[in-house]
Ligand binder design. Structure first.
Ligand code: HEM
Length: 454
């Protein structure tokens, strides 16, 4: 017997709550048109209780309400953890920062903070970016232009950020970005793991666990990829341990960690360093590559924005960071691209104790709350009637300064104590890349005063 019932809210938002199957059929039908969920959320006052299949334990409260996000990520932070479900799905990250909660996460966060604000590390990161630009990316683009080759820009940026991230972690460059665009087993292994993690999100837990147990499908590929990643990481780690020099890369920093200051962390353990290694690649690589790809796509669709950025680049003077700080419109355009196309589209948290959100929704203990960042950037109730328009101007104040938007509204870099510690590094690197690429594309003189000496 086909029978269904609707409650008023689900009817309004057109996701039907079927007996046994819950709202899963509606979600599967819409999975290719995920942007429609902005409408669903707009119609439900920004918070939507999603009902998964009966007994599957996959009921989720989806919210994009900034007040709820502020509550969960800041005011009542201690009540919301990554949780066992998350740690199981993302088991590949081991005990790294992205997978950790409580005391361990706090210690790791302090380490990352110290590392990312260390001048030596910042210099290394900037020089990795500038030399890859000068020696590889610009010559490569010129070569492609001369040959009339069509390139996949996202592939180029993913290779670029993979190489620069590896330099900051290990001090050596794997050179995956080159004319040959060769396939690299290490890169491929990360991609395979990423695909398997997406698969785990879309498949009932029981099902992927059985697949893992019998060694089948994406789970089998994940085990193989994991082994490649472990092998390559361990090669880099043992080479670094043998090398007694002063470097500012991530591995050197963690090997020399003061364990009296950061108890709970164990730099003598290779597994600890492996988890730091993979966490760093995942945090810094695809996030930047995705932001840059969408940014340049948006510029290609909006030539007037490119003109304003070019004028800003040419009008300003100064050295390095001081110069980059003056590029307010460029900063605004990068934020606008990340508002519409956030690199991490979902975030999830698990409640420890029961709670009531500012929106009035009740959260039971040990239940999942999901934030849908992609929909968040498209909500008229958050960004106004022009939410769907690409308008960098919304980020510029009347006095020409960057307009501050609270992180629980512009959530692309996370909010509260778990805010992305690499935000400043990422913005600096992306600005350098954009400035040099736009100058190169217009055959303008290189920005020697950026210290790039191209
Ligand atoms: C456009 C670029 C970037 C974006 C949009 C971004 C965004 C984010 C987000 C959303 C998180 C929270 C993830 C979670 O808790 O599940 C995060 C965490 C983190 N990010 Fe970034 N990130 C970017 C670049 C970077 C870079 C370049 C680095 C390192 C140099 C970095 C280092 C980290 C670290 C270490 C964490 C873990 C922090 C914690 O859990 O307390 N990120 N980032």
């Amino acid at each position: 017997m086909v029978y269904y019932y609707l409650n008023k809210k689900t009817f309004q938002s057109s996701l039907w709550n079927w007996p046994i199957l819950g709202m899963s059929p509606g979600l599967l039908v819409r999975i290719q048109r995920i942007h429609e969920s902005a409408e669903v959320l707009e119609n439900s006052n920004m918070t939507f209780p999603f009902k998964g299949p009966w007994f599957s334990g996959s009921d989720i409260l989806v919210t994009v309400d900034p007040a709820n996000i502020h509550h969960i990520m800041s005011s009542n932070f201690s009540n919301y953890i990554k949780g066992e479900d998350f740690q199981e799905i993302f088991g590949f990250f081991g005990d790294g920062i992205i997978n950790s909660d409580a005391e361990r996460a706090s210690k790791l966060k302090k380490c990352y903070h110290a590392l990312l604000h260390h001048q030596g590390f910042q210099r290394l990161s900037m020089s990795a970016t500038t030399s890859k630009l000068r020696d590889v990316l610009l010559p490569l683009f010129n070569h492609f232009a001369e040959e009339g080759t069509v390139v996949d820009l996202q592939d180029v940026f993913r290779r670029f950020t993979f190489d620069t991230t590896l330099v900051t972690i290990t001090g050596s460059d794997p050179r995956t970005l080159s004319i040959e665009m060769r396939e690299d087993e290490f890169v491929k292994a990360f991609d395979t793991v990423g695909e398997a993690i997406v698969y785990r999100h879309l498949t009932p837990r029981f099902f992927w666990k059985v697949q893992k147990w019998i060694g089948f499908g994406p789970e089998k590929k994940m085990v193989e990829a994991d082994a490649i990643i472990d092998r390559v990481c361990s090669k880099y780690i043992s080479a670094k341990r043998d090398e007694i020099t002063q470097h500012d890369d991530v591995l050197t920093f963690f090997i020399k960690l003061d364990t009296a200051k950061y108890e709970l962390l164990s730099p003598i353990d290779d597994k600890f360093l492996r988890d730091v290694f993979v966490g760093f690649i995942v945090a810094g690589r695809d996030t930047m590559a995705s932001s840059l790809s969408w940014f340049f796509w948006l510029l290609s669709e909006n030539p007037q924005v490119t003109t304003i950025i070019r004028e800003e680049i040419n009008k300003n003077t100064g050295f390095d960071l001081e110069y980059l700080d003056k590029l307010v419109y460029l900063h605004a355009t990068l934020y606008e691209a990340m508002r519409l196309y956030p690199p991490a589209q979902f975030q999830r948290k698990t409640s420890v104790k029961p709670d009531v959100l500012p929106s009035g929704h009740k959260v039971a203990a040990n239940s999942t709350v999901m934030f849908f960042l992609y929909a968040m950037g498209r909500m008229k109730s958050i960004w106004g009637h022009d939410a769907l328009e690409f308008k960098p101007e919304r980020w510029v104040s009347e006095t020409g300064r960057l307009r501050h938007e609270p992180s629980y509204k512009f959530f692309s870099f996370n909010a509260g104590p778990r805010t992305c510690p690499g935000k400043h590094t990422a913005m600096t690197d992306m600005k350098i890349i954009v400035v040099q690429l736009l100058l190169e594309l217009s055959n303008g003189p290189p920005r020697a005063h950026l210290g790039l000496t191209i």
